[in-house]
Design a protein around this ligand. Structure first.
Ligand code: FES
Length: 166
């Protein structure tokens, strides 16, 4: 990622964040980045550069933290995050069919966001719920013993508050 990249984002949200955290330094960097992400939806390069100049924290240190933690997004991210497991337990129980169904329904590949910015689709090595294989997670909610047919139901339920259980 090019930290010098210019964009036209307003720095007003950043200034509000930093005003609410006077004298913030490296020790407060994670909460600063969390607030920036809430305000902008991700961590735009120009905002990280501005945060560096306003706080005195080196841009390289900000970038290092932003890339270390999975919670931070360096690209625009969808309103909903779908994580699908590609681990062994899920794979042998049909996990590839779930991944294919998500790709087909949303018309995205792993790591991509739908054009309407509703969904970002990610795959992970293991979601830590192998007994429920195959597993997908939407906005932190686990859906186990998935089938490709259930993918439609789960995606439809997002935004309506509906939750399907295993
Ligand atoms: S392998 Fe899929 S949850 Fe562990």
């Amino acid at each position: 990622m090019d930290l010098t990249k210019e964009d036209s984002l307003s720095l007003e949200p950043l200034d509000k964040i930093l005003t609410s955290m006077p004298n913030a330094g490296f020790g407060e960097l994670i909460p600063i980045l969390q607030k920036i992400q809430v305000a902008y939806g991700y961590l735009p390069p120009s905002v990280m550069m501005a945060a560096s100049s306003r706080t005195g924290i080196a841009a390289s240190r900000i970038y290092g933290v932003a890339t270390f933690y999975e919670q931070f997004y360096l690209e625009p991210h969808g309103r909903h995050t779908i994580k699908c497991c590609r681990g062994t337990a899920c794979h042998v129980k049909g996990g590839r069919d779930i991944i294919r169904a998500i790709r087909r329904i949303l018309r995205v590949q792993e790591g991509e966001t739908t054009e309407d910015m509703e969904f970002t689709f990610e795959t992970v090595a293991c979601l830590g719920a192998c007994a429920l294989a195959p597993v997908m997670v939407v906005d932190g909610v686990y859906y186990g013993k998935m089938t490709s047919r259930k993918v439609n139901f789960v995606l439809d339920s997002v935004g309506t508050g509906g939750k399907e259980t295993a």
